[in-house]
Write a protein that binds this ligand. Structure first.
Ligand code: PLP
Length: 390
């Protein structure tokens, strides 16, 4: 027993050490980590370059305050702008905070345009976080239950349905923005096709709406590009990041471009910890390592190896509805609930996740190798086969 609040259905394991794509529990048993803390440990565990950067920064200065200039924050904003084409960056500590900033920004934008009750179009099955505003934007009734009244100002449409977006635009003149994940993570690894992305960009331009891309899960090299939106060449006005940015050190970011840039001034938003020297050192090192070690190309190659390996190993099973994803963001959809697989995999020494009840979700570190992919397939395929045989 402990005094922890009961907010997580935790698995009965505690990891004491990590090495690359492996985690070790208190007994020394090792586990292949195909989840990386839900898309957080971009560089795997105990990466020497990250360990060194974090240790050196800790020995220099951990935190100062946003009351003062933070040169590492400035350097990180320049780096993020260079790889995304965005103009400005606000730093915070998590995905929900990044999205809160984006929501506030969209409302601010609306008010500047004379819209007194600004509304944001959001998608079914979206996940944007658990603060009140981001929970209200999230398309999951179960997560929202018991927390009403939710924050108003969100209009929900089916994912990838441009007709529904256009219909809302025709009738609701309070809309100022559309917020979406280019690949839904919690929603079950659902990919917005390139035509939808382009149509949505055109609709936002036509109506003067901001396009807000939540890249918290799919961003930062995981899909083989820096960001999910780069697949279709559709640039957002606002982008949010967190999870993999610090490879385990908490940091989030809200980026703006074009008409969304320059809106906030001093006093409009803030965060005590946001972008402190320690977090920025971790993020700069994460980005540099992704680039120097060609980890995006690796994500594409190894992701393909995982998908094709699983497709081959599971090809005779009609219960496998789909194996989809991009790079190292992979979903295996079954025709039935499969939450039990998480515990079975744990027993077999493999860390996976199940989301949307029937989708096995794999989000390995970007340092996963083709040999790791093979090990993953060898461990996972028999469990899926067994599950579907019951
Ligand atoms: N947005 C997306 C797409 C996410 O997947 C998540 C978390 O899973 C969040 C936002 C919320 O991030 P955080 O848990 O860091 O607040």
């Amino acid at each position: 027993m402990s005094h922890l609040m009961n907010t997580y259905a935790r698995l009965p394991v505690a990891f004491t050490r990590g090495e690359g794509v492996w985690l070790f529990d208190e007994t020394g048993k090792r586990y292949l980590d195909a989840l990386s803390g839900i898309a957080v440990s971009t560089l795997g565990h105990n990466h020497p370059r990250l360990v060194r950067a974090v240790a050196e920064q800790a020995a220099s200065v951990l935190h100062t305050s946003n009351l003062y200039r933070i040169p590492l924050q400035e350097a990180l904003s320049d780096r993020l702008a260079a790889i995304s084409g965005m103009d400005e960056v606000f730093f915070c500590n998590s995905g929900c905070e990044a999205n809160e900033a984006a929501i506030k920004l969209a409302r601010f934008y609306g008010h500047k345009k004379g819209v007194e009750q600004p509304a944001i179009i959001v998608m079914e099955n979206a996940f944007h976080g658990r603060t009140l505003a981001t929970l209200s934007a999230t398309g999951n009734r179960k997560a929202q239950a018991g927390f009403e009244p939710l924050v108003s100002g969100f209009v929900r449409v089916p994912y990838k349905d441009i007709g529904a977006v256009r219909a809302v635009g025709e009738h609701n003149h309070n809309v100022v923005a559309v917020m979406m994940e280019m690949i839904q993570g919690e929603g079950g690894i659902n990919i917005a096709d390139e035509q939808f992305q382009r149509d949505l960009r055109a609709e936002c331009d036509k109506r003067g709406w901001l396009l807000i891309c939540d890249e918290v899960q799919c961003g930062l090299g995981r899909t083989g590009r820096w960001f999910g939106f780069q697949q279709a060449g559709v640039k957002p006005d606002v982008m949010t990041l967190a999870k993999g940015l610090g490879s385990g050190v908490p940091i989030g970011a809200c980026l703006t471009a074009g008409r969304a840039a320059g809106l906030f001034g001093p006093g409009n938003h803030g965060s005590t910890f946001g972008g402190n020297p320690l977090a920025c050192a971790a993020a700069l090192t994460t980005l540099a390592t992704i680039e120097d070690d060609a980890l995006m190309a690796n994500a594409l190659k190894v992701g393909e190896a995982i998908r094709s390996g699983l497709a081959e190993a599971l090809k005779d099973l009609p219960g496998v509805v789909d194996i989809r994803g991009r790079g190292l963001m992979i979903g295996i959809e079954l025709d039935r609930p499969c939450g039990a697989l998480v515990t079975q995999a744990l027993e077999a020494g493999l860390l996976i996740n199940v989301t949307a009840e029937r989708v096995i979700r794999l989000l390995p570190a970007l340092v996963f190798s083709e040999q790791d992919a093979q090990t993953l397939v060898t461990l996972l395929a028999p469990l899926v086969r067994n599950h579907l045989a019951q």
